[in-house]
Ligand binder design. Structure first.
Ligand code: NA7
Length: 553
């Protein structure tokens, strides 16, 4: 398939031509939102840091996901970093939910403003990292064989960065253009008059479909599972709003510290069954007309936990879909039948359902007529052959643990992290794992961050890690490790928090299911469900009690 090729790897040669010192206090993997901030903080501590980044620029998620329509689902001003008043003062978001190019510009602005690039080595994919007990260091190897060492290893590799392609026979034979949304080319793709296929209708597929539908000659959407999509209601930020946002930052960030997902939306304390049918409908109409995730996060408290409450709200959204899609058969295809609202990530849409009213857009249900193969000219299902110029794979990720599996992490006595996590992740605080000393996993599994307005939880992760590093430096510690009982207790706690939640009964990336990856057919608990405030309190308690649950030597 056509894909973005990485630039040739640049060897680390100093400007003066002297041989490079290959060892650092800390190595950070990834220069996305987490890696950038971790670098900034560790540098303030005076540590020597090297960040390795696969891409040729900063931004992580926002560097790679250049597909048409990629944009925030969080309000822009709640998403940016909060650590610098000057940054908050100077940066103006142009829309309530900014698009990818603006976010990438923002992250480049951050990298420039804080002079971060000089410690980032781009075009550098880490292939393995092994802990050496004798030196108490991590030996890190890049794809091209370059080797580096560091006392501490910090992963900032993102929960949705290991993209996956369907295992459909013939995919390599397709002679048109083909892209996974995550590996979208840097050059613009010309859609005019083209026959385009989109496989996948998750949050990404929805953004692509609604954006390219008016641009293409013909669009065919291959849907395996419909999702409950609700309106984003994005718009430009006015000058008056800009001033209000700036003046309101301190209060807003304080609010974000209190809500479970660090969004401006918080659950309504009422039950669905506390109110009359009329009141309920009026409340849901209001939520449907408001921007962002309020409809998911600020709904009645039992919509995501009580099957009957959930069914009532799902029915409300189904009625909306029927009103918006003209062809009743297509509308029924777009209404999820096997999972309730909010039990999978809710795609936020802008004219998504109306796209199916366009005469040149058609929907194929791949459960009824499965894709059998990809040919030189298109896609063959069990009942038809379709010709395409472009195939877009919006087929998602091997979520949360997938990026870890793609690097060979070896801990004490050569143990592989992949093996340690074979039956599901085992972590302490979602930040470390027993047998992998001196290693920290920002936005790792069992961490609150993948259920979070992610930069808010990233800042918490990074600040906690930085305080650990400060303490370690001050005490002359050279090795830390999670105690096995602490890891077992935390992992049990994470499982208990998720028990009974409706989302655990549904296949999705959040439960670790991916039909395109061998063995990813058993649901796992990947996320901390206790909410960011509780997570933060637990992390703070560990730190305040001399890093209980860890050995420091
Ligand atoms: P998702 O939400 O995992 O969606 C992937 C989509 O691709 C989903 O509709 C899948 O159907 C579909 N898919 C995957 N493999 C196949 C095959 N083999 N055949 C047909 N359809 C397939 O990923 P996204 O990128 O949309 O979103 C990821 C997150 O990024 C999102 O939640 C935001 O937080 C940002 P399925 O549902 O598995 O039947």
């Amino acid at each position: 398939m056509s894909s973005v090729l990485l630039d040739a790897t640049t060897a680390p040669v100093r400007a003066d031509g002297a041989s490079e010192d290959m060892s650092f206090d800390a190595i950070v993997i990834g220069a996305g939102i987490a890696g950038l901030y971790q670098l900034y903080r560790l540098r303030q501590l005076g540590l020597s840091v090297r960040v390795f980044e696969t891409g040729s620029g900063v931004g992580g998620t926002w560097y790679w996901n250049r597909y048409p329509g990629a944009r925030f689902d969080s309000e822009s001003y709640t998403y940016g970093y909060s650590f610098s008043d000057e940054l908050l003062r100077d940066w103006n978001w142009s829309e309530h939910f900014a698009a990818q190019p603006e976010t990438l510009r923002y992250l480049n602005h951050v990298a420039d403003r804080f002079d971060l690039r000089r410690d980032i080595q781009f075009n550098s994919r880490v292939s393995s990292a092994a802990f050496d007990e004798a030196t108490r260091r991590w030996n890190v190897t890049l794809d091209d064989g370059q080797r580096y060492a560091a006392r501490f290893l910090i992963t900032a590799i993102g929960p949705l960065s290991a993209y996956t392609l369907p295992r459909i026979p013939g995919a390599d034979s397709f002679r048109g253009q083909a892209f996974h949304t995550y590996k979208w080319p840097q050059q613009p793709v010309d859609f005019a008059g083209k026959r385009v296929a989109v496989i996948g209708t998750g949050a990404t597929g929805v953004q692509v479909i609604q954006t390219i539908a008016p641009l293409v000659g013909q669009l065919t959407v291959f849907q395996r599972t419909p999702n409950w999509c609700t309106p984003l209601h994005n718009r430009k930020i006015t000058e008056e709003e800009q001033q209000k946002i700036k003046a309101g930052y301190p209060a807003m960030f304080e609010l974000l510290r209190q809500t479970p997902g660090c969004y401006i939306h918080d659950a309504d304390p009422r039950s669905v069954f506390d109110v009359t049918e009329e009141e309920r409908e009026a409340f849901w109409e209001k939520l449907y007309s408001e921007p962002g995730f309020g409809i998911w996060m600020a709904n009645f408290r039992d919509v995501l936990t009580d099957a009957k409450a959930n069914a009532l709200f799902s029915d409300f959204v189904a009625r909306k879909i029927r009103q918006r899609v003209k062809d009743p058969k297509v509308a029924e295809m777009l209404i999820p039948k096997c999972h309730g609202f909010g039990t999978r990530r809710v795609p936020q849409e802008t004219g998504y359902y109306e796209a199916y009213n366009l005469p040149h857009v058609r929907l194929v249900d791949t459960r009824r007529t499965p894709i059998e193969r990809i040919t030189e000219t298109g896609i063959t299902t069990s009942d038809a052959a379709y010709d395409f110029d472009i195939i877009i794979y919006a087929t998602g990720f091997d979520a949360v643990t997938g990026a870890f599996d793609r690097i060979e992490f070896r801990g004490v006595q050569g143990q592989r992290l992949k093996d340690h996590w074979a039956d599901g992740p085992k972590t302490y605080l979602g930040l470390m794992s027993t047998g992998f000393p001196n290693m920290l996993t920002i936005v790792g599994p069992h961490n609150a961050s993948t259920r979070c307005n992610i930069p808010r939880c990233i800042e918490q992760n990074v600040e906690w890690v930085t305080e650990l590093m400060r303490s370690i430096r001050d005490r002359g510690v050279t090795r830390f490790e999670a105690i096995s009982e602490a890891e077992a207790d935390w992992s049990r706690h994470v499982e208990e928090l998720a028990a009974g939640m409706l989302y655990t009964q549904v296949d999705s990336w959040a439960t670790g299911i991916n039909s395109n990856v061998e063995g990813r057919n058993v649901r796992r608990i990947l996320q901390y469900q206790g909410g960011a405030p509780s997570y933060r309190a637990r992390c703070d308690d560990v730190a305040a009690n001399g890093y209980k649950g860890m050995t420091l030597s």
